[in-house]
Design a protein around this ligand. Structure first.
Ligand SMILES: NC(=O)c1ccc[n+]([C@@H]2O[C@H](COP(=O)([O-])OP(=O)(O)OC[C@H]3O[C@@H](n4cnc5c(N)ncnc54)[C@H](OP(=O)(O)O)[C@@H]3O)[C@@H](O)[C@H]2O)c1
Length: 257
């Protein structure tokens, strides 16, 4: 199943395609000859993307709206009759979790990042199976492997990582590969990384195109897990091999709220 997956002429759905990683991914997949359905709430941004490059269809939907996501899947089925790649990328950062006032926004971020991925994956389950060999690529995060930053964001991304790992096994017999793709710091509208970019660690911040390239690679080879940039895997390994030292180091860069 992983040999000879040719993207040309295949159908991809990219959520969160109006900026950042999703827009870069939509451009890259369209350049490979895929037909891309670019999904987000800001229709004008999607329309600009679709104008810029043939092979991109703009589709406005909110991934927190189950009926809208089901309509998206029905639209893709009716118009293209297949979905070979679903890139679950729509998401946002969360607030800190320090007081009662943070609860609603925290639950909302879990509903967007994890709930959106589950809604889209469920809506496309039948079409992905009928289109096999097919791919689901979940844009989770290194924050889904090590608990740093806002608690709700980390919870949403740990959830995405867990769901991806479970589905990678249970959906393999259907011919659908499921990948957790975990970016480190990437400079985008939603995650400008401004402070980090100004610091001596600024060169560690990646670009949306780096993630788009990794999505391309995962579509070709169907890996279950990918970290971007790859060296961030060392952080994950350190978390598991030396937890006390890891926690001490994290407390210095991410002090308690
Ligand atoms: N940048 C990083 O450092 C980094 C690191 C690890 C993981 N990630 C993950 O990468 C993904 C993309 O983020 P990004 O960095 O590219 O940020 P971004 O530029 O802010 O992109 C977020 C995208 O999600 C869409 N979106 C937000 N809420 C939505 C909703 N309810 N329904 C549909 N689309 C929605 C936004 O479009 P609309 O506002 O138009 O709907 C936008 O296209 C996120 O899941 C993020 O957690 C980012």
């Amino acid at each position: 199943m992983n040999v000879g997956w040719d993207p040309h002429g295949r159908i991809a759905v990219v959520t969160g395609a109006s900026s950042g990683i999703g827009a870069a991914t939509a451009r890259r997949l369209a350049a490979l000859g895929m037909q891309v359905v670019a999904v987000a709430r800001r229709g004008e941004r999607l329309a600009e993307l679709a104008e810029e490059r043939p092979g991109i269809e703009a589709y406005v939907a909110d991934v927190t709206d189950t009926a809208a996501v089901d309509e998206l899947a029905a639209h893709v089925d009716a118009r293209y009759g297949a979905c070979h790649a679903l890139i679950n990328n729509a998401g946002a950062g969360g607030p800190g979790f320090a007081a009662r006032g943070d609860l609603e926004a925290t639950l909302a971020v879990i509903d967007l990042n994890l709930g959106g991925m589950l809604r889209c994956t469920a809506a496309f389950a039948e079409l992905l199976t009928a289109s096999a060999p097919s791919r689901v690529v979940n844009i989770a995060s290194v924050a889904g492997k090590v608990g740093v930053g806002p608690a709700g964001y980390a919870a949403s991304k740990f959830g995405m990582v867990g769901a991806s790992e479970a589905l990678a096994t249970s959906w393999a017999p259907r011919g659908v590969s499921v990948c957790q793709l975990n970016p480190g710091f990437i400079a985008t509208e939603g995650f400008p990384q401004a402070e980090l970019r100004r610091s001596p660690l600024g060169r560690l911040v990646g670009r949306p195109e780096d993630v788009a390239r990794a999505v391309h690679d995962v579509l070709l080879h169907g890996q279950p897990e990918r970290t971007v940039p790859r060296w961030y895997r060392a952080v994950v390994v350190a978390r598991h091999l030396a937890p006390p030292a890891f926690r001490a180091a994290i407390a210095r860069v991410d002090p308690p709220a």
